[in-house]
Design a protein around this ligand. Structure first.
Ligand SMILES: Nc1ncnc2c1ncn2[C@@H]1O[C@H](COP(=O)(O)OP(=O)(O)OP(=O)(O)O)[C@@H](O)[C@H]1O
Length: 296
């Protein structure tokens, strides 16, 4: 169990990226969802001991992470949002190199670990190819292979599916789901479907603050019978947005379709729909934006 208490961080430029965050994260896949700039990477980097918070505590299975960062690093696998590779070096050689850095110094054991991870991430056939020739999805799978070296008990992956095509995204999420059966996996993402598809528990973070946490379905249930949908003309859309709590707008066959949050049917044209995690996401992101605007 990873336990974060009253964690805060303000950067030198005055941006409060983490604002009194409290989170309890058990074994399994945990989705950390939030829009761009919400503070997800700041939180991931802090848990990964790459930067210090201003205040608060982080404990992992009783270990005081901020006091003993080295001990945490020995149990950590981390896939950052952006990572560079040497384009001409092959996947096998670079993974072997990372394995040495991770402390796998015994040759036989290292070879075994590298081979197993190349198989697990479906990169075995491509192991002799330079990383510069890899697709985005293959690179991300290589990233997860290096994160899994040394059998970590805490795995952090920061926005891994951005830019992947649907096939590669599925392959990557399936891989994460398998890993998540044994250890704590924190998946940070702004893609709501990543959390819906994969995470039994989640938190939504907006402007550095945790807006909600729990089981995705429980958060969806709080919106039951309060989400309404209709098609509108492009000309009428701004008026609806002004008069109603429009959660999101989608183009269906080129025509806007809106989801509105309301206790009762907003007008005759609306039908009630089953809420989903996207509705929950937009309700909280929009209300955080409205609060920010009200305080300016
Ligand atoms: N080193 C830094 N110095 C100053 N401000 C920073 C720094 N790193 C991040 N920020 C700011 O802190 C806020 C949170 O950024 P962060 O990257 O943690 O968010 P995020 O949720 O990961 O967003 P994204 O999906 O865009 O990466 C943003 O306003 C960002 O501009």
């Amino acid at each position: 169990m990873l336990s974060i208490k009253q964690l805060s961080k303000t950067y030198a430029n005055g941006v409060k990226a983490i604002n009194d965050v409290n989170l309890d994260i058990p074994n399994g896949m945990f989705g950390l969802l939030g829009p761009n700039g919400a503070g997800k990477s700041s939180l991931m980097r802090t848990i990964a001991t790459l930067q210090d918070p201003d205040s608060g505590t982080i404990h992992f299975d009783g270990l005081d992470v901020l006091a003993q960062p080295e001990a945490l690093r020995r149990q950590l696998g981390y896939l950052p949002q952006d990572f560079g590779v040497y384009p001409k070096v092959t996947a096998e050689v670079l993974l072997n190199h990372f394995a040495v850095l991770k402390g796998l110094t015994a040759r036989g054991e290292r070879k075994e670990a590298v081979e197993a991870l190349l198989q697990q991430t479906n990169l075995w056939e491509a192991r002799k190819r330079g990383l510069g020739t890899f697709s985005g999805g293959m690179r991300q799978r290589f990233g997860i292979a290096q994160a899994l070296l040394g059998a970590p008990r805490l795995v952090i992956v920061d926005e891994p599916t951005a830019g992947l095509d649907p096939d590669e995204r599925n392959r990557f999420l399936n891989l994460l789901a398998k890993i998540g059966e044994q250890v704590v996996v924190i998946l940070s993402t702004h893609i709501v479907a990543d959390v819906t598809d994969l995470c039994p528990r989640m938190a939504l973070i907006v402007k550095g603050e945790v807006r909600l946490q729990g089981e995705p379905q429980a958060t969806i249930d709080t919106l039951r019978s309060k989400v309404w949908r209709r098609s509108v003309s492009a000309e009428a859309l701004p008026e609806y947005q002004q008069r109603m709590n429009v959660l999101h707008t989608r183009l269906v066959g080129g025509k806007p379709q809106i989801n509105v949050f309301a206790d009762s049917q907003p007008d005759d044209g609306f039908i009630q729909v089953e809420p989903d995690l996207e509705d929950v996401y937009f309700l909280h992101v929009r209300s955080a934006a409205a609060n920010a605007a009200a305080t300016v």
